[in-house]
Design a protein around this ligand. Structure first.
Ligand code: GGG
Length: 344
């Protein structure tokens, strides 16, 4: 069976890492994925005034999955315009409310914690919270200017992401870290804590720890081995997963899946990293984050055996020291090594 994939390379290094991942997919299972590329990006915005066409969401609806490279090129288009014009509307339109981001050291990667072993699964709420886009500005450009940004937490939204977190914890070590800042944010985060406690009754086997975001950030550095599944709001999850990427050796290793667990529409897979305009033409972007995201996409599509084979090839490559140091190896060389490992 062929799976139809919407490819959105986006900006900067998005193109090269997506190309690399699709080469790996084709080698591992010829014809399994059929990709159609959409040139939606900051350049598209400069040409048309939109990051994607008006019917972009309808176009994507017919695909089995979306594979995205990176979004943003601040010298061309303000970041808030590019993010709210492409990535965030896709997540919201297809109710991809669970953003799953694994953090562990690949073989051969040292990381700043010097080989401290850990295996963290971060679940980030992906459709509301601090990134709801609700707010406004008045008296712009004057001394009386006011900017308001409202974080929206709905019971439905909080409950479903926490339930997803509990389910993931059940499938792993039965430990869940729920992240808030409920000492300072006395409405939304206290609400999050309450819903966590309510749901924990349904999952008596799961040991729940409540962390403030600052405390868990410190723990991720000092004692990451004590953490397993982490569930956090959109903003906190966004920040903690860059920290997770850092402790796993860099953003070049950080993969992500934006999932609609109900499978009503396509889910989206993307490396955590951005478009990195500063290195976009140097050919040194690490494709591993995109290839790991491909692995997550194949797992989601029910192609677990192909996914596992690709992941083994990635691990065999990093075990040989290839692609393990940020900026040292060429994208093409890392990709060639993974392609060759697929033959073993
Ligand atoms: N690879 C995805 C990408 O371009 N991410 C850039 C970014 O800033 N994303 C913000 C977010 O994930 O909410």
């Amino acid at each position: 069976m062929t799976h139809r994939i919407a490819l959105i390379p986006g900006d900067g290094i998005g193109t090269s890492v997506l190309d690399a991942a699709m080469k790996v997919a084709e080698k591992a299972a010829p014809g399994l994925l059929s990709g159609e590329t959409f040139p939606w990006s900051c350049d598209h915005y400069l040409k048309t005034g939109r990051m994607m066409p008006e019917d972009g969401i309808e176009t994507l609806r017919g695909f089995d999955a979306i594979f995205l490279g990176a979004v943003g090129w601040p010298a061309k288009v303000p970041d808030a315009v590019s993010l709210h014009g492409l990535l965030l509307p896709i997540r919201k339109a297809f109710v991809q409310y669970a953003n799953i981001r694994p953090h562990r050291l690949l073989p051969g990667v040292e990381g700043p914690l010097r080989k401290q072993e850990f295996d963290i699964l971060c679940i980030r709420e992906n459709t509301e919270g601090e990134y709801s886009g609700a707010g406004g500005r008045v008296h712009q450009g004057t001394a009386d200017e006011v900017a308001v940004e409202t974080a929206i937490f709905t019971r439905a939204g909080v409950e479903r992401i926490l339930r997803f977190g509990f389910e993931q914890a059940m499938a792993r070590s039965k430990r869940l870290a729920s992240v808030t800042k409920s000492n300072a944010q006395k409405y939304s985060m206290v609400f999050w804590d309450e819903v966590t406690r309510e749901l924990s009754v349904e999952f008596p086997e799961v040991e729940v720890s409540h962390y403030h975001v600052d405390a868990i950030a410190a723990r991720m550095v000092m004692a990451p081995e004590t953490l397993d599944v982490i569930v956090a709001s959109n903003l906190f999850g966004d920040i903690l997963t860059d920290l997770g990427a850092a402790i796993q050796g860099g953003l070049g290793f950080a993969a992500s899946a934006n999932i609609d667990p109900t499978r009503k529409g396509p889910s989206m897979f993307e490396p955590v990293h951005g478009s990195a305009p500063d290195i976009a033409h140097l050919g040194i972007a690490n494709p591993i984050a995109a290839i790991w995201s491909l692995v997550m996409m194949l797992q989601h599509l029910g192609e677990g055996a192909v996914a596992a084979r690709i992941m083994r090839s990635v691990e065999a490559t990093t075990a040989r020291g290839i692609g393990t140091v940020p900026g040292r190896d060429k994208t093409d060389d890392i990709t060639a090594a993974i392609l060759s490992a697929l033959e073993d």
